[in-house]
Design a protein around this ligand. Structure first.
Ligand code: TNX
Length: 551
């Protein structure tokens, strides 16, 4: 391993920042694996009714994100080999959700629970997922979970609510439920009622697959972990100076050449359009919307190196494997730039069912302000023509935003996001000094950067998105996103270490009403998640000071 010192210029905050990063070879390219979604039908034999085992259920108070309301009743429901999962008839989405639950319960219980249609509440001993009888108060993503000694019922207005109710059920079972091998049980769930719905519509995280490339296998593992905590947006940073990671059929060199390396000079990689579609579908099956980002007009060396004609002077720069920012720009006054972008946006938009397209827009120090404004006007129009809402880092709010465009606040030293609100647009909150998961936990953390300061687990949790920026309050906030930049991250293990456990806190900030959150209670709930993360094999940072039961 080489130890490399790199300068990170910081124009907007007026700071010069330094970072040490460890560089070695990168992750393998993604195109080779064929990953199969979980089986769509149960494979096991019909379960027989076994006598209910006895044993304690975990506290209902330990769910993360903390539900809106929890009312324990003091009894117990036992999941047994005879438990069936019943869903409303004639709805494929509900059958798939039921099967997802069965698939997740099978490895540790050894039970092959059957998913079956039911016109009404099933007999005693079963789980019932229904779109009937939910209150309007639950909205599109909320659920009501009712557990009696006889029945577990999740009622929601939309399938998403049932999916989130299932995540809660998983967390109400003993932590061994998350083990990948058969455990002895008993599988007890405390009785009571949970009423739950999210504070914000956007509960996201961003993964930078450009600075270092991560395989489809890595990303779907991450998606599965995000779903457990009810995160519903995965923003993929698909291009930057160091690498272009998504195939564009009309511009093949973007990936063939522009995707061929990464920070530190490793082999890079890219997603074929089939790979990307697979990821999108996989995320969809976990109620997660993929938000693709092509960063522009800066952060474009990989593109400029792949096509000389995109450069104002017609000369391609070298590929870039360092971590400086703010030095590259598309050629703003060339028509070809917009032909190129029209192709890129059209191809990605066609592969992306979600309504969002992220245009980057950050750190465009190599673009003049008038050029920047002109550029953002034109790219917003292109994105809208392809039927998507533009999302951009908050610098885009210096320009006239189209209705529906969204600004992402990241720079604690700037107030651009409030300009978006003044224009009637919404904001996603990702303040770097609180929400950047690539910041070190402590000065001793080996991975990560620290230009925005260290972010302890407590600091990551203890902020309210609605009291960060003057003029940006609850109603103008679409939600919260925790970005994970990958300058120093080479493997899935690295991703997990920086994201976990901080991301549980971000999930709760996005979901739970502010009045329902406090650090003292959260610490205890987080501690109780430790054994779950271990059962899931997550390489999390066991932050000192948290009362982890197993440490
Ligand atoms: C700033 S935040 C960046 C990224 C870097 C990150 C490292 C933002 C919109 N741009 O280009 O990767 O810092 O923490």
């Amino acid at each position: 391993m080489n130890k490399v010192q790199i300068r990170h210029p910081w124009q907007t905050a007026g700071l010069i920042l330094c970072a040490f990063i460890l560089v070695s070879c990168g992750t393998p390219p993604a195109t080779e694996q064929a990953i199969v979604l979980p089986a769509s039908s149960p494979t096991g034999e019909v379960a027989t009714n076994t006598p209910a085992p006895q044993g304690p259920a975990p506290s209902m108070e330990n769910v993360i994100p903390r539900p809106v309301s929890v009312t324990p009743a003091g009894g117990t429901f036992f999941l047994t080999a005879g438990t069936g999962i019943y869903v409303d008839p004639g709805n494929d989405q509900l059958t798939a959700i039921g099967q997802y639950l069965a698939d997740h319960l099978k490895p540790s219980t050894g039970f092959a629970l059957l998913v079956q249609p039911a016109a009404g509440a099933p007999a005693s001993g079963n789980i019932y997922l229904t779109l009937k009888g939910a209150d309007a108060q639950l909205g599109a993503e909320g659920y009501r979970l009712t557990i009696t000694p006889d029945l577990v019922t999740v009622a929601a207005n939309q399938p998403a609510g049932l999916f989130y109710g299932i995540q809660t059920i998983r967390q109400l079972l003993p932590f061994a439920i998350d083990s990948s091998s058969v455990q002895s049980g008993p599988w007890a769930i405390g009785t009571g009622t949970i009423i739950d719905y999210p504070r914000f519509a956007w509960r996201g995280t961003m993964l930078d697959v450009s600075r270092h490339f991560f395989s489809i296998r890595d990303v779907i593992r991450y998606i599965d972990l995000l779903a457990y905590y009810k995160i519903n947006r995965l923003h993929l940073h698909l291009s930057d100076d160091q690498g272009w990671r998504i195939q564009i059929t009309k511009w093949p060199n973007l990936t063939l050449y522009g995707g061929s390396t990464e920070v530190g000079g490793g082999p890079g990689g890219y997603y074929s359009q089939d790979d990307y579609s697979y990821l999108v579908r996989y995320a969809q099956s976990r109620y997660i919307t993929i938000v693709p980002e092509i960063d522009m007009p800066g952060h474009v060396t990989a593109a400029l190196a792949s096509y000389p004609e995109l450069n104002c002077n017609g000369i391609a720069p070298q590929l870039f494997t360092g971590i400086d920012v703010g030095f590259s720009s598309l050629c703003i006054n060339k028509d070809l730039t917009y032909d190129f972008l029209a192709d890129v946006v059209a191809e990605i938009a066609a592969l992306t069912p979600g309504p969002f397209f992220h245009i980057g827009g950050d750190e465009a120090q190599a673009t003049s302000i008038p050029d920047y404004k002109n550029f953002v006007d034109r790219i917003q129009a292109i994105v809208q023509q392809d039927g998507k809402q533009a999302v951009g880092w908050e610098e885009i709010a210096q320009t006239k935003l189209l209705p529906g465009s969204i600004a992402q606040h990241w720079n604690p030293g700037e107030g651009f996001a409030s300009q978006a609100v003044q224009q009637g647009n919404q904001v996603i909150m990702s303040p770097a000094d609180l929400a950047y998961m690539d910041m070190k936990y402590t000065p001793d953390t080996q991975l990560g950067l620290d230009w925005a300061g260290d972010i302890s687990v407590q600091k990551a949790y203890s902020w309210d998105p609605a009291s960060q920026l003057a003029g940006v309050n609850e109603s103008s906030i679409l939600g919260v996103e925790a970005p994970l930049w990958s300058e120093t991250l080479l493997t899935l293990n690295d991703i997990e270490y920086m994201a976990f456990p901080r991301i549980l806190g971000y999930a709760e900030i996005g979901w739970t009403p502010q009045a329902g959150r406090d650090w003292n209670g959260y610490q205890l709930r987080l501690a109780a998640q430790g054994p779950r993360l271990e059962a899931l094999g997550v390489n999390y940072f066991a932050a000192p000071g948290i009362p982890w039961p197993t440490k």
